[in-house]
Design a protein around this ligand. Structure first.
Ligand SMILES: *Cc1c(COP(=O)(O)O)cnc(C)c1O
Length: 381
């Protein structure tokens, strides 16, 4: 499934991760970084006003929007950067779509004194100018990708090609719980801190565990991080919230588990949204960070075994949640995270006396221009 020339390089990463991630030095340094650079632990907030407005369950949020750089992605990028340093690598490399992963990885590279090479489609570069500026300010080289659709898929191909020529001195750093082994496991392990903190904090705040734990699912890293803290708690129901986009028609959503089937994508086996030729289908959602026709393989597994439930919220519900939680709580959420908020708003009235903990995976500063230019201040929703 993986292009054969890449196999030895992923084997090297696998063996290095197995060895290094268990060492006391690695664990101690990552712990230091979490606290003194990222600003962890991030809090859990009780969303009192939103809970009262919805009626029913009490809604809580794990505040990854308060993690340095404003989203959960830095949790795994700092882990990947530290691994690169322990492996003696000089460079971090990745593709990026909207630029969120690129910015988090460029931040990690700056911290560790590593070079950084980010591949990005020309269409995305034009659309996401502030993130391109951020990456450059952080010292990264942004490589424009000008072939094919000039977007995320081509950026992946371009980055794989460049990586093969310099794999001895570079680490390819995938941006979610996707890709070939060990990335789904490794990225989940680096996000595990979110679930561990949240469980302790929730217990301390309420004396018990949440009844429902929910997170948005693009590739699935913020959801795996939160879920992994509660995976052994049989009374806690886990919900992944996928983007239903504008409709349930293929091409108009990115709800991979809800509508997809078993398949391969980017060198790994999982569930995939396929077109009539069996190729990954075009996808749409208002939240570009959820725009992927595959999903982390562990989510496919949790779905199959029934350990986690998967549902979807559409663009309109996410936008409504974006405006509502901004006004009622003073938290402007990322459009991705707004899908988890929308789920809580929909479910709360059905569960009086219970509690729902969502992952506020990121802040919405990146989305305010797009949202207000297209939807004003929510008057017409
Ligand atoms: C990238 C991103 C996501 C989606 O990625 P997952 O791997 O599914 O977590 C969600 N929220 C925010 C804020 C993001 O930047």
């Amino acid at each position: 499934m993986l292009p054969p020339p890449l196999e030895p390089h992923f084997k090297e990463i696998r063996e290095a991760y197995d060895r290094i991630s268990k060492s006391a030095d690695f664990i101690a340094e990552l712990r230091h970084i979490r606290k003194h650079f990222q600003g962890r632990p991030t809090p859990v907030s009780y969303l009192k006003n939103l809970s009262e407005q919805c009626g029913g369950a009490q809604i809580y949020a794990k505040r990854e929007d308060l993690n340095h750089t404003g989203a959960h992605k830095l949790n795994h990028c700092m882990g990947e950067g530290l691994l690169a340093k322990f492996m003696g690598k000089k460079k971090l490399m990745a593709e990026t779509g909207a630029g969120q992963h690129g910015v988090a990885l460029a931040t990690a590279a700056a911290y560790f004194g590593l070079e950084c090479e980010i591949h990005m489609g020309e269409i995305d570069i034009a659309k996401e100018a502030p993130n391109v500026t951020r990456m450059k300010l952080l010292g990264a080289e942004v490589v424009p990708v000008g072939f094919g659709g000039r977007s995320l898929k081509e950026a992946v191909d371009s980055c794989f090609g460049s990586y093969m020529e310099q794999a001895d001195r570079a680490l390819f750093a995938i941006g979610s719980v996707v890709g070939p082994h060990p990335f789904p496991m490794m990225v989940r392990d680096f996000q595990h801190v979110v679930g561990v903190e949240a469980r302790d904090q929730f217990l301390e705040m309420t004396g018990g565990l949440p009844d429902i734990v929910a997170a948005c699912v693009g590739g699935g890293s913020n959801a795996m991080g939160l879920f992994s803290g509660f995976i052994d708690d049989d009374d806690v129901e886990l919900y992944g919230v996928e983007p239903m986009g504008t409709s349930s028609k293929l091409g108009e959503h990115a709800a991979t588990i809800t509508f997809g089937e078993d398949g391969d994508i980017h060198g790994f086996r999982t569930m995939v949204l396929k077109d009539e030729n069996g190729e990954p289908a075009p996808v749409h959602t208002v939240a570009s960070g959820l725009d992927y026709p595959g999903v982390g393989p562990e989510h496919a597994h949790l779905h199959r075994t029934g350990k986690a439930n998967y549902t979807a919220c559409d663009d309109k519900e996410a936008l409504n949640a974006f405006f509502t939680v901004s006004r009622t709580e003073g938290i402007i959420p990322a459009l991705e995270s707004a899908h988890a908020v929308a789920f809580a708003m929909r479910e709360a009235p059905k569960h009086p006396g219970k509690s729902i903990l969502i992952n506020m995976s990121g802040r919405g500063d990146k989305d305010i221009d797009y949202v207000t230019e297209n939807f004003g201040f929510g008057e017409d929703l």
